[in-house]
Write a protein that binds this ligand. Structure first.
Ligand SMILES: Nc1ncnc2c1ncn2[C@@H]1O[C@H](COP(=O)(O)OP(=O)(O)OP(=O)(O)O)[C@@H](O)[C@H]1O
Ligand SMILES: [Mg+2]
Length: 330
């Protein structure tokens, strides 16, 4: 029975494209935190919408805390579990940290879908968490209308190695560690059932090695590219660092088939919303509609966007002094 279930049928929005859009999220949480504790101990809070919260434990240690869960992006339960776990762990890596312990967050329509399938999802999550060298030590499970899965993750970071959105400096190149296009390929997969193994491989790849390389290269500014797309996350980085981000569209790596998927109309609502959100402050130059949609494509478990150069990762742009536009596409 489990083989015939197409999990993406149970997803209203796929993966990180199911997130509340960036503008609405920011309006919703504005002024709501952080609460309590000694202000000096909170190294990273809600100010810029960073990837995780960081609290100083002592001179040498910051505690990194984050949670992420979403609807199925692929039909295969085990793959979805792996993707959701890699995506949740990514926010710790994006801060320059190392994950220590994770908890499963599971919503499951137990009257509609068999629990054996939920077990496959959890098995995928466990395998990736193990690969990360992180404990998976519990969780929380809720009977819900639609399946959702992810992790709450706690990690550690050396305060002097923290990677944040607001630490950018002008003149520094920007690198991206995974190709774009998983949003449109997942949308195509959901509509047609076609498989895209390269997209699954990208989404299940941990950002652990990218984060290690970034820390080794002395990177202090960066984030992971997820539901708000490259342009959305670049906008947040530019705004927090009070700079302008320039992106060389031709240098941005794409997964095979991504361009065709856009051409054939497999663009999620989330990606259209991302594009609408960044348009007021973006100079698109000569970039046409397809390029714009790809640059705004909502990623799930995307790569790291870092201010600096990393071995094997293409340079896709640079940080400039703040000019009229927050983002420039060249
Ligand atoms: N309900 C909420 N209450 C308070 N803060 C929130 C809430 N939802 C999101 N945030 C904060 O908004 C910011 C952006 O969140 P978002 O989930 O987009 O990024 P993220 O944690 O990097 O996730 P991902 O990289 O998986 O997309 C984060 O700092 C997050 O902590
Ligand atoms: Mg993130």
């Amino acid at each position: 029975m489990t083989e015939t279930v197409r999990l993406t049928r149970y997803a209203r929005g796929g993966g990180c494209a199911c997130k509340i859009p960036p503008g609405e999220l920011e309006a919703m949480v504005a002024g709501l935190g952080p609460v309590g504790g000694a202000a000096a101990d909170l190294l990273v809070g809600l100010d810029h919408g960073d990837d995780a919260a960081v609290v100083r434990l002592d001179e040498r240690t910051g505690l990194v805390s984050t949670a992420d869960f979403f609807t199925p992006v692929v039909d295969d339960a085990y793959d979805w579990g792996r993707i959701a776990a890699a995506n949740a762990l990514s926010d710790v890596y994006a801060m320059g940290g190392v994950p220590l312990v994770a908890l499963n967050l599971l919503c499951w329509p137990r009257d509609v879908l068999p629990l054996e399938l939920a077990r496959e999802v959890l098995r995928g999550g466990l395998d990736v968490t193990r690969q990360a060298g992180c404990h998976l030590a519990g969780g929380h499970s809720v009977d819900d209308d639609g399946p959702k899965y992810g992790l709450a993750v706690t990690g550690v970071v050396r305060p002097e190695e923290l990677i944040t959105l607001d630490a950018g400096r002008p003149g520094v190149p920007l690198s991206l560690t995974k190709p774009l296009g998983v949003g449109v390929l997942n949308t195509r997969h959901k509509a047609t059932g076609e498989s895209f193994p390269a997209a699954v491989a990208a989404m299940t790849t941990l950002n652990r090695d990218a984060a290690r390389a970034a820390v080794a290269a002395g990177v202090r500014c960066g984030t992971d590219v997820t539901g708000f797309g490259l342009l959305g996350h670049a906008s947040k980085l530019a705004r927090a660092s009070r700079l302008t981000v320039a992106i060389e569209a031709a240098r941005v790596p794409l997964l095979a088939g991504a361009r065709e998927a856009v051409r054939d109309g497999y663009v999620s609502g989330g990606s259209h919303r991302n594009l609408a959100w960044v348009t007021p402050w973006t100079d698109f130059g000569r970039a046409g509609e397809a390029d714009r949609l790809l640059l705004a494509d909502a990623q799930t478990s995307g790569g790291l966007l870092v201010a600096g150069e990393l071995p094997g990762a293409p340079v896709i742009g640079e940080l400039l002094p703040r000019s009229e536009h927050l983002v420039i596409v060249r």
